[in-house]
Design a protein around this ligand. Structure first.
Ligand code: ADP
Ligand code: MG
Length: 720
């Protein structure tokens, strides 16, 4: 075999010193100096392996350069030449910057619209390389808004051949082209060192390239197909690893962990239902049936209950918790905010009034002395149902016998959180006993994504709303109409109805509160201006997260009992708050809220048989905001909104799949890789079924990589 001499030398030298490995420093590459290595380190790229794993965000096609006289109209072309003249044309709808580019064979007209800043960058005498789509123009050719780069005369490059160029996330210290240069230098050394964790037969069946080749294809593609095939393999790997983790964990849970099998009988069922002030809807009943089946089996439950805002998830959760209590065991429900925890505590206590069930509340606001006593009580089994905030799971709470744990309003599907909860176990020394876990969300998730991403969850859906609800009318109005809006609010307050008025922030901070037509954007200023103006004489109160818990509880209680007419609040009331007599939701500066947030806010009204209205006051400036508001006015269906949200923001944002430390996926993109995700899911399920612990000798490599990528949340940190 003939290999280039230089590489040979390189290999030998490196191997002799035992230095050639994916963990060798970048300065070991002759082409990478200290300065460049430092710039790469700034991007987290500190060794050869990380260099090769630094992936492009996309690829772009660079056209072959040709002489100007050879260029044809209506094609993507690339040319170089000297700028001979430039000018700005202002008196037009779209001010433009024009330049003339000349090479020995002819002339090309360049124009950039809305880009007068280019006058600072492009000057006569410069040499440029340009690329764009050519059009016939005044007898010659014109490029509109071409890409351009300056050519330095000292080292003018060869005429370029067509190629696909990877585009890397760059920094001020290093450009994408410089990153590409370093990667190209590293590839010949690194690729032979990269072992594949999938064997040839496996790859062939799925038309996946070998791993080293996939890296070559994505960094140095010969064609667009090449780049796509490389990307596909790496995206598949990423999804496969995640799915293997999910299935491995599920298998592990099922085999090694037991949950208490709870008792159920018709008498228990009757006793539980007697506590509810209404009959369950058919949709709620169906979910209760899922739960009864889950909880009466010793296999730990991991169920996601999704239902639109106001669909009545709380009583379903309470049903499950009372099943635990009926078996003499404990239950806990965790909410994302203190207000919501407080509300759950109040409503659960109300429903259980006069029963023997002991319900307690624990939040970040619980006083230390009270907390110490409570924690002891929980550990001794003196509390049946503990209500609290999520922070509760990070507290040092030990349960005597936790059988059912409910995580309410979980929009971020932190696998971490659920893992943390699991480890709470039942706490009585039998290590293998774990609670049943229910996760509740009002963020509907398209089934494919949920099942695939969180394959360890079963899913129940509460379809529809409880009976007797009127649909909520939604209006988007501009700030000039504020006076009319509040005159109308006033009328309805006079009739004994109640309102929420939501603004983006608590106080205006250092900068002056925004005045004039748009109205104040903060709780304090708005409260003041309404008290003195539009709603003078009405009983108003401010509600936000910075108030003391006791103050907040008192305000909520007064609002609930009708002593307060309207709450001026931040989004602390976004999630879960339930006051049926509140029929008006006014959102100021509504363009500053996301779709899911607005839907949650709107869900605070429409909770009785009175007609409810949601008024979004906004003067949207971006297309995005306009679209959100239009969608809100048009639909009240949370599922339809979720789909739309997915379209506008993408799945990562919507489902909070970003984990601490960045995006969950580096290269896979759920908006286009759903098929790949399904394939990875199928493959992972089959694989783990065959080999539930991935401990065959030939699985050593994949297990090692899996632990490295996901060990933390699947609880495999100590394996391998
Ligand atoms: P969410 O699903 O948003 O958490 P909640 O559990 O807060 O909804 O329920 C919303 C409202 O509907 C509450 O006031 C609750 O008491 C009421 N509700 C729930 N189920 C029923 C039912 N079957 N019939 C009548 N009202 C119900
Ligand atoms: Mg709720």
């Amino acid at each position: 075999m003939i290999r280039p001499r230089s590489v040979d030398h390189y290999d030998e030298a490196m191997q002799r010193n035992g230095e050639i490995s994916l963990s060798m420093p970048l300065t070991a590459l002759p082409q990478v100096g200290a300065k460049r290595a430092a710039a790469l380190a700034g991007l987290g790229v500190t060794n050869l392996g990380k260099l090769v794993a630094y992936l492009p965000v996309r690829h772009e096609r660079l056209e072959a350069e040709a002489e100007v006289s050879q260029l044809a109209a209506n094609q993507n072309i690339s040319a170089r030449g000297q700028v001979t003249a430039t000018r700005i044309v202002m008196r037009t709808r779209r001010p433009r910057f024009e330049a003339i580019l000349v090479d020995p064979s002819g002339r090309l007209d360049l124009v950039w619209f809305n880009a007068t800043y280019l006058r600072e960058k492009i000057h006569p005498g410069m040499r440029l390389r340009v690329q764009g789509k050519a059009k016939k123009f005044a007898g010659g050719l014109q490029l509109a808004n071409p890409k351009w780069e300056v050519i330095k005369e000292e080292n003018e490059p060869e005429l370029r051949e067509a190629r696909i160029r990877p585009v890397y996330p760059a920094s001020a210290a290093i450009s994408s082209a410089q990153i590409e240069g370093a990667i190209r230098a590293g590839l010949p050394v690194a690729l032979p060192l990269i072992e594949d964790h999938l064997d040839a037969a496996y790859r062939r069946k799925r038309e996946l390239p070998e791993l080293a080749n996939a890296y070559r294809m994505i960094h140095a593609p010969e064609s667009e197909e090449d780049a796509a095939a490389g990307r596909r393999r790496l995206a598949y790997d990423e999804l496969l690893m995640m799915q293997l983790g999910v299935h491995l964990k599920r298998a592990h849970l099922r085999q090694t962990l037991k949950a208490p099998a709870l008792r159920w009988s018709e008498a228990i069922d009757r006793h539980i239902r007697e506590r509810f002030p209404f009959a369950l809807t058919a949709a709620q009943d169906a979910v209760v049936q899922d739960l009864v089946r889950d909880l009466s089996s010793p296999t730990p439950t991991n169920r996601l209950i999704q239902g639109d805002v106001g669909s009545g998830k709380t009583v379903v959760a309470l049903y499950a918790m009372l099943m635990a209590v009926a078996s003499g065991l404990q239950a806990a429900i965790m909410a994302p905010t203190e207000i919501l925890a407080e509300q759950h505590y109040a409503s659960i206590s109300r429903m259980l009034e006069g029963s023997k069930v002991r319900v307690k509340l624990l939040t970040g606001a619980t006083a230390p002395a009270e907390r110490a006593v409570l924690i002891e009580e929980v550990a001794a089994g003196g509390v049946d149902i503990l209500v609290g905030t999520h922070s509760l799971i990070t507290e040092t709470v030990k349960f005597a016998s936790l059988a059912v744990a409910v995580i309410d309003e979980q929009h971020r599907f932190g696998v971490f959180q659920r893992a943390a909860l699991r480890s709470k176990g039942i706490g009585s020394g039998e290590d293998n006993v774990t609670p049943h876990v229910l996760v509740m969300t009002a963020t509907p998730i398209p089934r494919t994504i949920a099942v695939s991403l969180f394959g360890d969850l079963d899913i129940s859906t509460i379809a529809g709303l409880p009976p007797g609800r009127h649909p909520i009318t939604t209006r988007v109005v501009s700030p000039e109409k504020r006076a009319e809006v509040y005159a109308w609010v006033r009328q309805r307050l006079d009739r004994g109805e109640q309102a929420y008025i939501v603004v983006p922030t608590i106080d205006a901070g250092v900068k002056e509160s925004e005045e004039g037509e748009t109205g104040p954007g903060d709780v304090r200023s708005l409260l003041k201006s309404l008290e003195e103006g539009e709603l003078a004489g009405k009983r108003l109160a401010a509600l936000h997260g910075r108030l003391k818990r006791s103050t907040r509880e008192a305000i909520m209680e007064r609002f609930r009992s009708g002593i307060i007419d309207a709450l001026i609040a931040t989004t602390v009331i976004e999630v879960g708050v339930d006051v049926p007599n509140a029929t008006m939701m006014i959102v100021e500066h509504a363009d500053r809220f996301g779709l899911a947030q607005l839907h949650q806010l709107r869900g605070r009204v429409g909770r009785s048989d009175k007609k409810s209205v949601c008024v979004l006051i906004a003067d949207p400036t971006t297309d995005d905001a306009k679209e959100r508001l239009a969608v809100m006015a048009k639909t009240t269906d949370g599922f339809a909104l979720a789909e739309k949200d997915l379209e506008i923001r993408g799945p990562g944002q919507v489902f909070g799949t970003q984990q601490a430390g960045g995006e969950l996926f580096k290269i896979a993109d759920l908006s286009r890789d759903l098929d790949l995700l399904k394939m990875a899911r199928r493959d992972a399920a089959a694989w783990i079924e065959q080999s539930p612990t991935l401990s065959r000798p030939e699985e050593k490599l994949i297990l090692r990589r899996l632990v490295k990528a996901h060990g933390k949340w699947i609880g495999l940190g100590d394996v391998g």
